[in-house]
Ligand binder design. Sequence first.
Ligand SMILES: C[S@@+](CC[C@H](N)C(=O)[O-])C[C@H]1O[C@@H](n2cnc3c(N)ncnc32)[C@H](O)[C@@H]1O
Length: 241
Amino acid sequence: MPESPRREDPTAGGAPAPDRRARARALREAAAAAGAPDRWCEDLYREAASEPELIFWADQVPNPNLTARWENWSRDLPPHVDVLVTGAGYGDDAGWLADRGARVTAFDVSPSAVAAAAERFPDRSIRWLTGDLFAPGLRPTTGFQLVVEIYTIQVLHPDRRAAALAPLAALVAPGGELWIIARGRDEEDDPGELPWPLLRAELTPLTELGLVERSFEDYLDDETPALRRFVVRYRRPEAPT
Ligand SMILES: C[S@@+](CC[C@H](N)C(=O)[O-])C[C@H]1O[C@@H](n2cnc3c(N)ncnc32)[C@H](O)[C@@H]1O
């Protein structure tokens, strides 16, 4: 992966770097018009080989909303927890989790992103896969003990999000957890453009898919300008014996 400058927040509004986002948005619109709505991801990562700043979310550090919670939240998980990272991008969260002793599988719809991630973390025993959140095809018999979803739902057009929730929930093992980190908004807020912040109601169906919400944090982070975050923790109850 080429060196890139420190990222702005992938979901931030405001002035920074409009051109970098514009390319992602143009590619997404073209891909959607061609009936291949996620193809823009690979298109963008490919272009980023010569123009790394196009990947406006790539800051080459693990997500601080994840790292801040790991110590507390991981206490409820088995040692060497079996983790799946969805939409893993350049792999920083996967690499960080592997360094904490987790057994990590990480996938992304973009083969170029997966190749770059594997190259960046060659000494970690991470299972890197190209896969589509809508049909990941990687659910082990029992599911994963932890699924970490950061900013992938957000790059799905709001019309497509509901369809992603069932395959996402199905990845969580009985007794396992799903952690979601996203930018949030209220119904009356401007939905904006890609990456569209989430409504809380867009996540509610997860509780109808067998997951129990353990916590829902809705806060302004410490970025400048401050951004509204949703950090949500779900658990799938143990299967009855
Ligand atoms: C905003 S980026 C976030 C990447 C990474 N999670 C991070 O926080 O740096 C969204 C990622 O989701 C991936 N993605 C988009 N649609 C996907 C899909 N249907 N299945 C799997 N990954 C997808 C993109 O290729 C991209 O790497």
